[in-house]
Write a protein that binds this ligand. Structure first.
Ligand code: SF4
Ligand code: SF4
Length: 490
């Protein structure tokens, strides 16, 4: 049986003659970006539609993540949003727990945990995040790009359409595509806004008199245009130029990190596949399994050639793995010329290893996660500050007692309204809340009041006596705070 021919039904595909791969001298990849010409202007990419098992898995994964992303602002845990970052009111909800600026330590630990998590994850798995879970990649490759294939066709059809003179058909297609892109950007922009201000506020802006929500509507338009610009024009440049993650990966990757890698030992020297050529004969001629078909380049959404090694632009999207596996299937060679592997895996055939560096990072990460959980789970539902009113001294009160005036602020981190009362622990004293018979702090709100504490001067231990104030709600002590009571000199 004869070997399949390049470009034939079962043979390896021929390199796409008019693709971007032909427009670039791939030897000078170190000197300029694949998406830039020598004069620095943008080189528009037309990546070929990927297909294969990795692409199928990524598609499934993307549907799950897209569903979570759009449903996120509507999911409630104990009435609070699953995630909300209300910068305006400085309230944040993580996993249904409302955090305040006063919870700064928890927020700091959460940030540390997040960055440590990124470090260990990147050290072990490279840019798995970018290819599989990053919202930018998912929306670009799994939503906008698929819509583009659906409307304009695969890469060659897109290229032809762009090169063609303007006609009624071209205008129709372009208008249709950009209208869909704009509509989708509007949905994404509103979803982001819902994460920032909450769904209730968003619905309020949408349904209320527009003139009363000019700022909110301004953000709505700005987010829509921003996402439209990113997904319609900026595209892979966001990963290459804006995202810092790709930049610091070079400091985190080592020879044991899992990356999308080309097996140069097996693939070089690259040469076209000839009819009737056996692998043995090919080896004898000094050729490897790479048939130089450029299919891995043609599908790459960042326009790079994975055969040049790990590159900053690579978002580990696996499209080149699928493309190369397809070529290997056609020429009857084992899959995996391009695959998930470490540098050691490619050069020495070593399996992926859990190194000492990864173990150290894991230890740090485990400690941080434990600390974060401890802080979250032991966080008090109420936070009270009980401070003497500025500039005030003691005053004479009824029945020979003396009084101090305090300013009290209570943050209620629960969803329920809390009626609050204060009692001085250990010492006989009377506590009077000024202004209202009852002090109630609404759920998820901060309230302040003024409080008078009256004491018998004989009970004081000096000119400044330490007090422990119990904060009670419904007869139950929920917090104890400390303050000082000023009296006359003894
Ligand atoms: S690595 Fe695979 S897909 Fe890329 S040029 Fe070589 S054979 Fe073709
Ligand atoms: S080199 Fe491969 S994995 Fe990296 S971005 Fe291009 S197609 Fe995706």
């Amino acid at each position: 049986m004869s070997a399949p021919e390049p470009g034939g039904r079962n043979g390896p595909p021929e390199a796409p003659e008019s693709s971007v791969t032909r427009a670039v001298n791939w030897e000078d990849f170190r000197e300029h970006l694949a998406t830039a010409t020598r004069d620095g202007s943008r080189r528009w990419l037309y990546p070929k539609r990927p297909s294969g098992r990795w692409y199928r898995w990524r598609t499934w994964m993307s549907w799950v993540l897209i569903s979570i992303m759009f449903a996120g602002p509507f999911i409630r845990i104990q009435g609070n949003p699953l995630l909300m970052f209300n910068i305006v009111e400085r309230r944040f909800s993580i996993l249904g727990r409302i955090f305040w600026p006063q919870d700064g330590i928890i927020f700091a630990v959460a940030m540390l945990t997040f960055f440590a998590g990124i470090m260990i994850f990147t050290t072990a798995f490279g840019r798995l995040w970018c290819g599989w879970t990053c919202p930018q990649t998912i929306m670009m490759e799994m939503v906008f790009r698929k819509l583009e294939y659906w409307i304009e066709g695969d890469s060659q059809a897109q290229r032809r359409l762009d090169a063609a003179p303007w006609s009624a058909r071209k205008v129709r297609i372009k208008l249709f595509k950009h209208a869909i892109f704009l509509g989708l950007s509007f949905v994404i922009g509103n979803t982001l806004l819902a994460y920032v201000i909450g769904t209730e506020q968003l619905f309020h802006i949408v349904t209320d008199d527009p003139s009363r929500h000019l700022v909110g509507l301004g953000f709505m338009v700005a987010f829509t245009l921003l996402f439209y610009a990113i997904f319609a024009r900026f595209r892979e440049q966001a990963c290459t130029f804006i995202c810092p993650y790709g930049r610091f990966q070079s400091a985190l990757l080592d020879e044991n990190t899992m990356v999308v890698a080309y097996d140069h030992r097996r693939g070089e020297g690259r040469a076209p596949w000839h009819r009737d050529q056996t692998p043995e004969a090919r080896r004898a001629e000094g050729h490897g399994d790479c048939v130089n078909c450029h299919q891995c380049v043609a599908v790459c959404p960042t326009g790079i050639d994975i055969r040049n090694g790990v590159q900053m632009e690579c978002v580990n999207c696996t499209a080149c793995i699928d493309a190369c596996d397809d070529v290997m299937d056609r020429i009857g060679r084992p899959r995996g010329l391009v695959r998930y592997a470490s540098l050691n895996g490619v050069q020495r055939g070593e399996p992926l290893r859990y190194t000492a560096r990864m173990k150290l990072y894991t230890g740090v990460l485990t400690a941080l996660i434990s600390l974060f959980l401890f802080l979250v789970l032991t966080r008090a539902d109420v936070q009270t500050t009980f401070l003497r009113a500025p500039g005030s001294l003691f005053q004479a009160a009824a029945e020979g007692r003396i009084s101090n005036l305090y300013t009290v602020r209570v943050i209620n981190k629960t969803r329920s309204d809390l009626p609050i009362e204060f009692r001085v622990e250990d010492l006989p004293a009377r506590v009077v809340i000024l202004g209202a018979p009852q002090f109630t702090v609404p759920g998820n709100r901060l309230a302040s009041t003024s409080v008078l504490v009256e004491m018998d001067p004989a009970k004081l231990t000096g000119s400044s006596t330490k007090l422990r104030i119990g904060v009670y709600s419904g007869g139950r002590r929920i917090e104890t705070v400390k303050t000082a009571f000023i009296g006359p000199h003894h």
